[in-house]
Write a protein that binds this ligand. Structure first.
Ligand code: PRP
Length: 248
């Protein structure tokens, strides 16, 4: 429910507030430079610095909504394979339970675990962010774990680490079930947006503060099926603001 997540940040305050507002005001300046800036910056947790070239063409079907491709399907596939190797090395010989957070993680999860030659069991937690028009975004649990993780090695998988609220609520919940250890794995890490003191152990790509969709990530439940990670065009979320304001 990324639209709820996003509206909670933008609120119904002045246009230009919150995550998308910041993006709207500064993306034009920084978009072209971001790949370069990030490629020379030290990446944490082995995160990749390779983004799509600025001239990578968005498929015609998505061109009106997606401003540019940030990470191509090939770049994702390569990085997911690297992450799987790292995880496999760290989890070798252990009873592993992979816990994935619904819904955005489904594409990343599917690609990651098919590259893991480990005996593992898979479970899901349903987590959603609510808080339309409020400052505080509530993290709601919509599905609980079914597997017993006591004494097991847990790999917690999510699509994006943003403010960190989700992981900071989920981790203590799993910790209370007494696993042997928990390692966290995210495809995308938006460090600039962090509000909670939480980091992932495995990071696919450290990305700038752009509103990204695709490869599982949504805006208003759309765009999850894009095979790449793209930057949403501002007119898409501006139209969403308008429609919410009209209903009030
Ligand atoms: C998204 C994403 C992460 C979370 C990260 O979930 O899948 O779980 O936000 O944001 P945070 O670090 O600021 O907490 P969302 O609630 O939008 O649900 P979804 O997975 O169904 O898209």
């Amino acid at each position: 429910m990324a639209i709820l997540h996003w509206f909670a940040q933008v609120g119904t305050q002045q246009p230009g507030g919150g995550r998308a507002g910041m993006f709207a005001t500064r993306h034009k300046k920084s978009l072209g430079k971001c790949a370069k800036r990030f490629s020379i910056r030290a990446m944490r947790n082995g995160a990749s610095a390779h983004f799509a070239r600025a001239n990578t063409l968005v498929p015609p079907r998505w061109r009106k909504e997606v401003e540019r491709i940030l990470i191509t399907d090939r770049q994702i596939a390569r990085r997911v394979r690297q992450m799987a190797c790292e995880i496999q090395r760290d989890f070798a010989g252990r009873e592993t339970v992979v816990i994935a957070l619904l819904n955005g993680t489904m594409m990343f999860l599917a690609d990651l675990i098919r590259n893991l030659s480990l005996p593992l069991r898979l479970d899901f937690m349903g987590v959603s962010s609510y808080g339309l028009g409020t400052e505080a975004r509530e993290v709601m649990f919509t599905k609980e774990l079914r597997l017993d993780v006591r004494g097991r090695d847990v790999l917690l998988v999510d699509d994006i680490l943003d403010t960190g609220r989700t992981l900071s609520r989920v981790l203590p919940k799993i910790q209370a079930l007494k696993p042997r250890r928990i390692k966290t794995c995210v495809l995308l890490d938006k460090v600039a947006r962090r509000e909670e003191d939480v980091e992932a152990d495995y990071v696919g790509f450290e990305i700038p503060d752009f509103f990204v969709v695709g490869y599982g990530l949504d805006f208003a439940e759309r765009y999850r099926n894009l095979p790449f990670v793209g930057v949403l065009h501002p007119h898409v979320y501006k139209a969403a603001i308008k429609s919410v304001n009209c209903k009030r």
